[in-house]
Ligand binder design. Structure first.
Ligand code: SF4
Length: 478
């Protein structure tokens, strides 16, 4: 999928059909998510206190959200005391301006960057490009996406939609390599050689962060390849862009998240590379450290009592890997940096319900609840989904005018609500349905209904209303 203009994005419903029809994509994603799901079950199952860990993670995050203002100030104080500089960004534009200005002050035109969803969210690479600055992605999967001029389709494995031979062809073309196999080791080696020379000459590194400890001012990046460590330690200046929800109160709280995150995300007991830094140290690693703390709609999410738990997310991607909807459509159908179940609740809250593409996402779910069961910090995603669906109806009632009032789904729902409010009406409708359905019933199923009702039977068969309802059966017995 090529990069798109976000001002007129299609809804999930409009996109899903297109991606569902791509059998290669479904095969790539199905294979990857099923493999990681199995591995995740094994490594979480071996911990006797996994459920207690999840509960601790939830409680720590809840405590942070209830006192976010205090923790943010504490973090600023700790980072400053350790020699770093903290910048506050209310939105994407402000964050992009801060980063661009910092790079301009150094008179640099090239930076290395390690995978950061937050910088994807604010479209930092584009903003830098407009300012004449090239940002080279150094995470292998992000590099693949960047070379292809593509968009990420998974939180953790942005190139999950591409298979090995597609990546080999891309590397051969973009990195000018004549002979290359599609063996993972050969592909990784090709990327390593390309990245190494860029690491060695880079004066500025840009990173995201998984956690920021308010007590000490420490920022943490966990990863699998070591490129993040190169990016955060080799350049003279390090700029980290962090959403304000990434705070944890104390150093010892890391113990909980350093167990929850790797097991939930990559199904590893520990990430191969865990990099922690606290401000700057004379003669060692970056001599300048800037921390950009980004709001960009997060305080609005915080103000909503039910939606607030969305900010607990540690971006492990377990909910994507288990989701039957994500598994079939892949990430691009969501038209959001954050795909899958977490994207379905985070994106509409960050972008607002006037954005029709974002507002379609809470419906991209079967509400099976699997995402809630795997979430390492126990975010009740189905609860937030239904809460947002309610908000969308209210929003449309206020702003949708006559078009919304005449919408067939809305009219159908209102009629159903009326029927369910009265036992007599409900039973009368059942009787009408029992008689009317005879025209459409075949072999004990209804496969084709007329008019607006066909929206249901176009995609699934319907069981007919039984000859005797439960209430009738009950009355007969009493
Ligand atoms: S919502 Fe939960 S499962 Fe999904 S990415 Fe966030 S922390 Fe992981």
């Amino acid at each position: 999928m090529k990069k798109e203009n976000r001002s007129s994005l299609p809804t999930f419903e409009q996109s899903a059909g297109h991606y569902l029809a791509d059998t290669q994509l479904r095969k790539n994603i199905g294979h990857a998510t099923q493999t990681i799901r199995k591995k995740r079950d094994d490594v979480t199952g071996e911990l006797p206190d996994w459920e207690e860990l999840r509960e601790s993670g939830r409680q720590i995050k809840q405590q942070v959200m209830n006192n976010l203002d205090d923790y943010l100030l504490e973090l600023e104080e700790s980072v400053t005391a350790a020699g770093g500089v903290v910048h506050w960004a209310a939105d994407a534009d402000e964050a992009n301006q801060i980063v661009t200005q910092l790079i301009r002050e150094k008179q640099e035109t090239e930076v290395v960057k390690v995978k950061s969803m937050t910088t994807d969210e604010i479209r930092l690479n584009e903003a830098l490009q407009n300012a004449g600055i090239t940002a080279l992605e150094t995470d292998l999967a992000e590099l693949i996406v960047q070379l292809a001029g593509d968009e990420s389709s998974h939180i953790l494995v942005p190139a999950i939609h591409k298979n090995r031979s597609e990546i080999r062809d891309l590397f051969k073309e973009k990195l000018n390599i004549e002979h290359l196999s599609d063996e993972p080791a050969d592909l990784a080696e090709a990327a390593r050689l390309y990245l190494r020379k860029n690491f060695l000459k880079a004066k500025i590194g840009i990173s995201g962060g998984n956690f920021a400890v308010a007590e000490t001012g420490t920022v943490a990046v966990v990863e699998s390849e070591g490129n993040g460590r190169m990016c955060t330690t080799l350049p003279d200046t390090l700029i980290t862009v962090l959403g304000i929800e990434k705070i944890i109160p104390k150093w010892c709280d890391l113990e909980v998240f350093m167990q929850l995150l790797p097991r939930s995300s990559t199904a590893e007991r520990m990430n191969p590379y865990n990099t922690f830094w606290t401000g700057t140290t004379d003669g060692d690693s970056p001599q300048e450290f800037h921390l950009v703390l980004l709001d960009n709609g997060r305080t609005k999410v915080l103000a909503d009592e039910t939606g607030r738990q969305t900010l607990h997310c540690i971006r492990c991607s377990a909910c994507l890997n288990i989701c039957p909807v994500y598994e079939r459509t892949g990430g691009h159908a969501y038209h959001s940096i954050y795909p899958g179940p977490i994207g379905a609740i985070l994106t509409p809250q960050l972008r607002g319900l006037d954005d029709s593409s974002a507002a379609s996402l809470p419906y991209a779910s079967s509400l099976c609840g699997a995402c809630y069961e795997v979430c390492p910090v126990k975010i009740n995603i189905p609860e937030v989904l239904t809460h947002l669906r309610g908000n969308i109806v209210e929003h449309n009632k206020k702003n949708g005018g006559i078009r919304f009032k005449m919408d067939s789904t809305h009219v159908g729902m209102r009629l159903m609500a009326r029927a369910f409010r009265s036992r007599k009406r409900y039973e009368r409708l059942q009787k009408i349905g029992q008689t009317g359905q005879k025209l459409f019933e075949k072999d004990g199923m209804i496969s084709k209904l007329p008019g607006e009702l066909s929206k249901w039977t176009d995609f699934r068969d319907l069981k007919p209303i039984p000859k005797q309802t439960f209430r009738e059966w009950w009355r007969d017995r009493s």
